[in-house]
Design a protein. Structure first.
Length: 758
């Protein structure tokens, strides 16, 4: 109900009259209502995808003009944008489309609509003449209509799942979209003023952090930031061939930016006919040492951090950057050559696991937990400090980074290209059809770029050396910095060493324009007894860091006793929540599609960092095993009380404890064959008997004796102890497998035989 003052057009000729046959009154009135404008206001210009024919697009684009082969790279990019836009306009010109909400039932086809109309007709016939033949005909058609709906849902859901089959994150979004197709309201206000407010907010956030460094005078800043001199080892790029371009276009993700002249998926699908166009642009950029200026503009989409946050507040959003597709192709070519150079020169810090081949969060956590377990076994106390940095990628100083790049042996055209890639960038915020004015970026590495993590690792290179100079171990994953200091419980002075290390780290961060957050930095005490942490409180920038009994490190909950019970409980809760989500799709998916969804949303959670689960107590591992059993029942349709051992064998799923062993053995194989991190290969060594024995040449590993690992729990769970023990139990032919793929296949078959031998 609303009063006459609430309605925007006003209420006129209002009359209230009683009715003789009821105690209710009849209300009559006249209102003037505004037009029902759809959200987004006005039509939106779109290109029908069904008209985007690959052959037609290539024909309209034509061959690359040979007369332009020697033009500067900026002119070549402008030519590509012009010709690609002309070609897509020819094949699929833009059409106005009124902005409407998503269909609540996107699987509802025209055939179903026709069947629904016929159903309504049969219902009308039966109501007008309720005879038995009419009722039988209606019931039969209702069953056919219900079967057609189920078939349409199966086809629609299967097609959507197949489109994201090998991308778990995308598949998760697809599943949620299938279950809840009506989108939530986005940013409440997408006006031009709101757009400009977002642009200023994101720019001011970085400027505020940088302004704090300018007011801090650090005596060591110049020495810390200076890169050591190094002879030039790489001064030019290797030019690419059409087959190289075809490979890169097949690898890059086809995300379209509003600055792209045509859809990225179309360029990727038509890469065979576009290789010459892209090759000329890439080679011109590499040869001239210039990153095209038109590809330096990033489009920012604000994304709400959490659904529970206030959508009207600017700080509730994080900026998500979208870069032009052609720029990503050029970056990927440079990244491949720069990565090969880093591997050949072994420049990166050995403790750095972020965005490196053969490295990852799991390898970093395996090494960290192995250190903590071995120290706990020796009776030592360990302090794990997890540093928190504010917008680390956005505050990187270009001058310091270029100095580091020169210090590692880059020069000539290579260094010139990297300078051009970093400098002269800008970003604008996009909300709906509204964009803000571009904001210049004077610092930081571009978000969304494949090169940015690599450049950030180079930027952070000196930090590990500084930390280790104090006898403190460190584990790095991009901007996640973790310090681990262990000492006997009676040595209270050891915390002073950690404090001096933290002070040096803070000085280095300030000198390199990186901001530490002492209030968000966490410290985990790892010891046998909680009272051993009394008096052990590190200090960072004058802020005392309280000791915690539980912290989250790279997505894994670590507790003081390293029992991993909080982590297992959290994983089980999250996996069961995903199972409940998937269960709603079960009636509309075939077994293979259902297994794909379960693997992406449930099994992936069980397998994340499951090398840490080796040796878990049965009562703890049972929580994860219950999830796996429920998933097996969901896929096979088995009854609740049916035994799951045969179901797991049928699905070829290893039980939880064997999955953990599988992961440990795979990491061991990689460490022994040079495809894993050096910090893992250093923890295991080959068994070399003192005299000639039958075990010589068996590719066995040396198991630490009991004097080095006294606790039974440590012997069963520390990587440096359990990896050799498990490795030595493998048959010789598996240990000597020539490739990782053959090793994984043989290992899984052998473990399945061990798990289901009964």
């Amino acid at each position: 109900m609303c009063s006459r003052f609430d309605w925007p057009g006003g209420v006129e000729e209002l009359t209230i009259a009683p009715l003789p046959w009821t105690d209710h009154h009849l209300i009559r009135f006249r209102i003037t209502a505004p037009p029902n404008l759809r959200r987004g206001g006005g039509p939106k210009m779109v290109r029908p995808r069904r008209l985007m024919d690959l052959d037609g697009f290539l024909t309209a684009l034509g061959e690359f003009p040979a007369t332009s082969a020697g033009d500067p790279v900026d002119a070549l990019v402008a030519l590509w944008n012009k010709e690609a836009a002309r070609a897509i306009d020819t094949v699929a010109p833009e059409r106005p489309l009124s902005s409407t909400r998503a269909k609540p039932s996107p699987w509802f086809t025209e055939e179903l609509a026709a069947m629904k109309r016929k159903k309504r007709g049969l219902e009308g016939v039966w109501r007008s003449e309720p005879s038995e033949p009419n009722r039988t005909r209606l019931c039969s058609y209702l069953r056919a209509y219900a079967a057609a709906i189920d078939a349409a849902k199966n086809i629609f859901f299967a097609a959507n799942i197949a489109s994201a089959k090998n991308r778990p994150a995308e598949l998760s979004r697809v599943v949620r979209g299938l279950l809840y197709p009506v989108p939530q309201d986005g940013i409440p206000d997408n006006s031009a003023a709101r757009c400009e407010a977002f642009a200023r907010f994101f720019a001011d956030k970085v400027a505020l952090i940088r302004s704090g460094f300018d007011t801090i005078l650090t005596a060591v800043s110049e020495d810390v930031a200076r890169a050591p001199a190094c002879p030039i080892l790489m001064d030019s790029f290797q030019l690419v061939q059409p087959e190289d371009v075809d490979k890169v276009l097949g690898e890059v993700r086809a995300t379209t930016c509003i600055l792209d002249p045509c859809p990225s998926w179309l360029v990727r699908e038509a890469r065979g006919g576009l290789a010459e166009w892209v090759k000329v642009v890439v080679n011109a950029s590499l040869r001239e040492g210039i990153f095209p200026a038109s590809l330096k503009l990033a489009v920012i989409k604000p994304l709400l951090k959490k659904p529970s946050l206030d959508p009207t507040q600017l700080d509730s959003y994080r900026p998500i950057s979208n870069l032009p597709f052609l720029g990503k192709v050029v970056e990927r070519v440079v990244a491949a050559q720069l990565q090969a150079f880093l591997v050949d020169t072994d420049f990166l810090d050995p403790a750095q696991s972020g965005f490196r081949p053969g490295h990852g969060t799991e390898t970093a956590l395996v090494a960290l937990v192995d250190d903590l377990r071995r120290e706990l076994d020796r009776g030592s106390v360990s302090l794990l400090v997890l540093l928190d940095l504010s917008a680390a990628f956005d505050t990187v100083d270009h001058g310091i980074l270029l100095g580091r790049l020169a210090g590692m042996g880059l020069g000539g055209t290579v260094l010139q290209w990297l300078r051009s890639f970093l400098e002269g960038r800008s970003q604008m915020v996009s909300l709906g059809d509204t964009c803000s004015a571009p904001q210049p970026l004077t610092c930081g590495v571009p978000q969304g770029s494949v090169l940015s993590p690599m450049l950030f690792n180079i930027y952070m290179k000196p930090l590990g050396e500084i930390i280790r100079s104090f006898g403190v171990r460190c584990h790095l994953y991009a901007d996640d910095v973790q310090l681990c200091h262990s000492f006997p419980p009676v040595t209270k002075e050891a915390v002073q060493v950690l404090n001096r290390c933290l002070a040096s780290v803070s000085d280095w961060m300030r000198a390199n324009k990186l901001k530490l957050n002492p209030d968000k930095t966490e410290v985990l005490l790892v010891s046998r007894k909680a009272e051993q942490g009394i008096g052990l409180q590190p200090v960072l920038d004058g802020v005392a860091l309280p000791l915690k009994t539980q912290v989250r490190s790279l997505g894994v909950l670590l507790d003081s006793s390293l029992s991993l019970e909080p982590q297992v409980s959290a994983v089980a809760r999250g996996a069961f929540a995903q199972l409940r989500l998937v269960r709603q799709l079960r009636p509309f998916l075939g077994r293979s599609d259902l297994a794909t969804v379960v693997h992406a949303l449930v099994t992936s959670r069980l397998d994340y960092c499951n090398a840490l689960y080796v040796g878990l107590p049965l009562k703890t591992a049972r929580k994860l095993q219950l999830v796996q059993r429920a998933a097996a029942r969901l896929i096979t349709g088995a009854a609740y009380r049916e035994r799951t051992t045969s179901l797991l064998s049928q699905l070829h799923w290893l039980p939880i404890c064997y999955r953990a062993q599988f992961k440990v053995l795979v990491l061991t194989y990689k460490a022994l064959n040079g495809s894993g991190p050096i910090y893992l290969s250093e923890r295991i060594s080959s068994y070399e008997p003192g005299r000639s024995l039958r075990s010589s040449g068996e590719a066995l590993l040396s198991v630490p004796p009991a004097s080095q690992a006294r606790l039974v729990g440590t012997r069963d769970r520390a990587f440096s102890v359990v990896a050799p023990r498990l490795w030595n139990t493998l048959p010789r032919e598996i240990r000597q497998a020539p490739t990782l793929l053959s090793f994984r296949k043989a290992l899984k078959t052998w473990l399945c035989a061990q798990a289901f031998e009964d």
